[in-house]
Design a protein around this ligand. Structure first.
Ligand code: NDP
Length: 325
C-alpha cells in the first residue's frame, strides 16, 4: 500500500493508504519524491468531474521521482532514472503524484538533467512547464523589440514563471494582477510595470488602443477578449487557462484587422520532443533563485488546504508537495 491523498465525490479528501499496483505495458512505477499544487489539483479535490475523471482519485498532475520498475515495452526510461511528469492524465484519468508511488505512462516521462534538482523540477511543475510552452509559442511570432508583453493572472503559478522567463529573454513585461500587495514580488521576477486586473476584467470595445506586442494569458473570459482587442498589429496572445472564465466573448476583428494570432497551449498532451525542449529551456532560462523566492513546500495533509486556496486565487507563486513528509 502507498501513502497518498485520496479525493472522492462522496467523502472529504484525506491522507490514506492506496493500492497503486504494478506497471502494465508501457507504464513506469515511480518512487515519487515531490509533487506540487496546481489549479487543476484544487478542482480535483473539489470533485470537479471535468478534472477528476475517475472516482476516487489521487490528485497531483505533477510527479518528480525515480523510476522503480517498468512494464513491458518500455525502452525510453530505465529503473533508477530521475524523471519528471507533467499532465499526461496524471491526477485526472489515473492516480496522480500526491502519493509516495505513482504509475505513469512511460512515453511522457522526461529524464531530469543532472543540474535540475528534484526540488526545482517540482517547483516548476505543470504551471511553470505551461509558462515555458507559452513562451516557446509566443517567441515564434514576437521578438523583444516588438514591444511590451502582458502577463495576466500574474501572481499565479503560470503567471509568475512566465514573467521570469520572458524577462530573462529580454522582453519588457507588464504584469496584470488583482493583488497589489504582490507588486514588489512581481517586479523582482522581472515585470517593469504592474497593472490592476480590474482595468481589463470587464468586456470593452471589440477594438481598443493597440498596446501589447503579445500576451501570456491564463485567465480567459473578458480579460482575454480585451487583451486581444488591445494587441498590436501582427502580435500574438497565448491562451492556457480559464481562471476568470472559459467563455471568450470576442469578435474576429483583432484577427482580421490587426493580424493578431491566438495561440492555444495544452501541457497535458504535449508530445515528448516538445516536453524535452521545454525542460531544456527551463534549465537554461529560469533563475533558480527567482523561482525559490515564490515557492513554498508543504506536506500531503497541508496540500489539501492549499488546493482550495489556489482555486480561490489566494496563492502567490508555486507550492511544492513533499509526499514523504
Ligand atoms: P493560479 O491559481 O496559481 O493562478 C491563477 C491566477 O489568475 C490567480 O493567481 C489570479 O492572479 C488570477 N485570477 C484568479 N481568478 C481570477 C478572475 N476571476 N479574474 C481574473 N484573474 C483571476 O493557477 P495557475 O497559474 O496554476 O493556472 C492558471 C490557469 O491556467 C488555470 O485556469 C489552469 O487550469 C490553467 N492551466 C492550464 C494548463 C494547460 O495545459 N492548458 C496547464 C496549467 C494551468 P492575480 O491574483 O495576480 O490576479
Amino acid at each position: 500500500m502507498t501513502r497518498a491523498v485520496l479525493a472522492s465525490r462522496s467523502a472529504t479528501p484525506a491522507v490514506t493508504d492506496v493500492e497503486i499496483g504494478d506497471p502494465g505495458p508501457g507504464e513506469a512505477l515511480l518512487d515519487v519524491t515531490l509533487s506540487s499544487v496546481n489549479y487543476k489539483d484544487g478542482l480535483a479535490l473539489a470533485g470537479n468531474p471535468g478534472v477528476a475523471r475517475v472516482d476516487p482519485l489521487v490528485p497531483g498532475i505533477d510527479a518528480v521521482g525515480t523510476v522503480a520498475a517498468v512494464g513491458s515495452g518500455v525502452t525510453d526510461v530505465a529503473v533508477g532514472d530521475r524523471v519528471v511528469l507533467n499532465g499526461a492524465g496524471l491526477g485526472e484519468t489515473r492516480h496522480g503524484g500526491w502519493a509516495e508511488r505513482a504509475l505513469a505512462p512511460a512515453e511522457s516521462l522526461v529524464r531530469l538533467p543532472d543540474d535540475m534538482p528534484d526540488e526545482r523540477a517540482a517547483a516548476i511543475g505543470t504551471a511553470g512547464f505551461t509558462a515555458m510552452l507559452s513562451v516557446l509559442a509566443l517567441e515564434h511570432v514576437v521578438v523583444p523589440e516588438d514591444g511590451p508583453i502582458l502577463v495576466t493572472g500574474a501572481s499565479g503559478g503560470v503567471g509568475t514563471v512566465a514573467i521570469a522567463l520572458l524577462a530573462a529573454r529580454g522582453y519588457t513585461v507588464t504584469a496584470s494582477t488583482g493583488r497589489p500587495e504582490n507588486d514588489a514580488s512581481l517586479r523582482a521576477l522581472g515585470a517593469t510595470e504592474v497593472i490592476d486586473r480590474a482595468a481589463i476584467a470587464e468586456l470593452g470595445k471589440p477594438m481598443q488602443r493597440a498596446i501589447w506586442a503579445g500576451a501570456v494569458d491564463s485567465v480567459g473570459g473578458a480579460t482575454l477578449a480585451n487583451v486581444l482587442a488591445s494587441t498590436k498589429w501582427g502580435g500574438a496572445v497565448t491562451a492556457c487557462g480559464l481562471a476568470q472564465d472559459s467563455a471568450l466573448p470576442t469578435t474576429v476583428l483583432p484577427f482580421i484587422l490587426r493580424g493578431v494570432s491566438l495561440l492555444g497551449v495544452n501541457s497535458v498532451d504535449a508530445p515528448l520532443p516538445l516536453r524535452k525542449r521545454a525542460w531544456d529551456r527551463l534549465v537554461s532560462d529560469l533563475d533558480p533563485a527567482l523561482l525559490a523566492g515564490v515557492t513554498r513546500t508543504v506536506d500531503l495533509a497541508a496540500a489539501i488546504e492549499v488546493g482550495a486556496e489556489v482555486v480561490a486565487g489566494r496563492v502567490h507563486g508555486r507550492t511544492v508537495v513533499d509526499v514523504r513528509a
